[in-house]
Design a protein around this ligand. Structure first.
Ligand SMILES: NC(=O)c1ccc[n+]([C@@H]2O[C@H](COP(=O)([O-])OP(=O)(O)OC[C@H]3O[C@@H](n4cnc5c(N)ncnc54)[C@H](OP(=O)(O)O)[C@@H]3O)[C@@H](O)[C@H]2O)c1
Length: 264
């Protein structure tokens, strides 16, 4: 349902248009953006300029946490669509749970559901939701409505409990920062496994997420890296490789902030 892999578009800087265009050309069919990345206009330009028909692309955007209230939510989605030059996104996510307690979850999830009902989004989901928040969200929206929970997943933060809970709820996990923003290159175990497979530690991280059944969304400004991350889906890791990587979990969270929820 969600194309594997996705292409992350956070912090592509001046390379954004070229990077997104080359990713589409190479075969990525899923683009991950957000209001907060301030690049929806560039994603839109790359999508509209590409030779790939809109229907074959899967575009995700996310509503920032200061626009979750009923007054701002849907206008912000309209604004995103305008920047993206699209009639709809394939997936609309709540980027972070509302941090202040001033907007009840039922209020913003109702708006999220309305975005789908109004055809602004084909699918809806959440990001950075904990087990408790996911249960609350499913109570509000009903089962089967939340397509994905996009959370940080890489060998040093494997988020196993949240992943297991998502599996129980029938929610697909999308893993962000699969390469731990390059830290996978510093790890001896990943380097050893990579050497055995004749690839790089980044390829091993992507292959590992794929093998876990997680949708992976690596970002890269370089065509060679984009290509390698695509090709990594063809790598099969052995049970021993998977066990060695499982042992690397050290709860190293990279995307944290003072507005984050109480993590599992
Ligand atoms: N929902 C959320 O709260 C949230 C938070 C963070 C991120 N995200 C999403 O997840 C996406 C991915 O996370 P991220 O961009 O932060 O980090 P990432 O994908 O873990 O790492 C990106 C870094 O890895 C390098 N890289 C990529 N492929 C490589 C390869 N094959 N070999 C060597 N280096 C490679 C890139 O450099 P080069 O450009 O030089 O290749 C870049 O510096 C984001 O773009 C965004 O879409 C979501």
């Amino acid at each position: 349902m969600i194309p594997q892999p996705g292409f992350g578009t956070y912090k592509l800087g001046d390379h954004a248009y070229d990077a997104i265009s080359s990713a589409i050309e190479l075969g990525y069919r899923h683009l991950d953006t957000a209001q907060y990345y301030f690049n929806e206009d560039i994603v839109g330009r790359a999508v509209n300029d590409s030779a790939v028909p809109r229907g074959q692309l899967f575009v995700t955007t996310k509503v920032w946490h200061d626009r979750l209230n009923q007054r701002d939510f849907l206008p912000s989605v309209e604004e995103s669509l305008e920047k993206l030059q699209l009639d709809y996104v394939d997936l609309l996510l709540v980027h972070w749970p509302e941090p202040t307690g001033q907007v009840p979850m039922a209020e913003y999830l109702d708006e999220l559901a309305k975005a789908k009902q109004q055809g602004l989004a084909k699918h809806i989901g959440v990001s950075n939701f904990t087990i408790k928040l996911l249960d609350e969200a499913v109570d509000i929206l009903g089962p089967g409505e939340i397509l994905t929970n996009q959370i940080e997943v890489h060998p040093f933060l494997q988020n196993s409990r949240v992943r297991a809970h998502c599996a129980q709820l029938g929610i697909q996990v999308t893993g962000f920062m699969p390469l731990a923003r390059g830290r996978v290159f510093e790890d001896d175990t990943l380097r050893r496994i990579a050497q055995r497979h004749g690839v790089s530690p980044a390829d091993i991280a992507v292959a590992w997420e794929n093998q876990l059944g997680v949708i992976t969304i690596p970002a890269s400004t370089k065509v060679a890296n984009q290509q390698a991350n695509l090709a990594a889906l063809n790598i099969t890791l052995s049970d021993a490789d998977m066990a060695d990587i499982a042992a690397l979990d050290r709860g190293q969270r990279l995307a944290d902030s003072d507005f984050a929820p109480a993590w599992d």
